[in-house]
Design a protein around this ligand. Structure first.
Ligand code: FPP
Length: 238
């Protein structure tokens, strides 16, 4: 048993949902004189490891923002490489995640992705849909603003003239997920870059300086320790 799993017992507050903005792959690679795409490759390895760490800590939902609606503006060879990595990641981890009882979930405008990516995602989601362990949620071609506009349009199309918060939440990509308790953006950038704009209303935010490929279980543990001391008041008095 690792030191972390022993210490986990001392947590009084275990977050249900942690969302990661996996930032800094390119800068990490540059630091080591390597091409940006190498950084993305190592970024995928870091995602795989952190998924298992989340499960170890008893997290119920782990989300990863891996491609935004704005990331299409990056050079084509980088975009193509990211999608190749994402395809490989889904394909190579599927049998392992089935065994580990993880349930794969995807948010974002998947219908705009190439047909191979759509098929791979659909297979991973379908083949893990009966698992009742941790939900591993990937945000791909996801944008918070697009999600909100899309929800408005679907509610208008359904004929509603007035909506409740519940109606609105049901129309979001995240309708089946709880809001994130914690959002972690690596790389030292202090912004949320169009991620879960509605859902993040009361999330606790963390901005570790490490680039994503360097973010390890011990760094997640530090976040969880700091989270113990955060006073989530939701507007009430302490
Ligand atoms: C938000 O910052 C960060 C993301 C949407 C994650 C970006 C990560 C990748 C594209 C690589 C991940 C790929 C794999 C396969 C793991 P931003 O850079 O979109 O926004 P900013 O310009 O405001 O910093």
């Amino acid at each position: 048993m690792s030191i972390l799993s022993k210490k986990q017992k001392s947590f009084s507050k275990i977050p249900t949902h942690i969302a990661f903005i996996v930032d800094g792959n390119g800068r990490w690679a540059k630091k080591y004189g390597m091409p940006r795409n190498y950084g993305h490759k190592c970024g995928v390895d870091a995602i795989k490891k952190i998924i298992d760490s989340c499960s170890k800590f008893g997290i119920k939902v782990a989300s990863f923002f891996i491609f935004s609606t704005e990331n299409w503006a990056r050079p084509k060879d980088e975009v193509d490489y990211i999608f190749q990595l994402a395809k490989d990641m889904f394909e190579k981890t599927l049998s392992e995640y089935k065994e580990k009882n993880y349930r794969i979930h995807v948010i974002g405008e998947v219908s705009k992705l190439d047909s191979e990516m759509q098929e791979i995602i659909s297979k991973a989601v379908t083949e893990t849909q009966d698992n009742d362990g941790m939900i591993v949620n990937f945000a791909i071609n996801y944008g918070g603003r697009d999600e909100i506009v899309r929800a408005c349009n679907s509610l208008i199309k359904s004929g509603k003239e007035e909506v409740t918060k519940q109606d609105f939440e049901q129309a979001l990509y995240t309708c089946k997920l709880p809001d994130p308790d914690i959002v972690i953006r690596t790389s030292g950038e202090i912004r949320i870059s169009n991620f879960m704009l509605y859902q993040m209303a009361y999330s606790e935010l963390f901005f570790p300086k490490k680039y994503w490929p360097d973010f390890k279980e011990k760094d997640l543990y530090k976040v969880l320790i700091e989270y113990q001391g955060r006073d989530r008041r939701y507007g009430k008095l302490a």
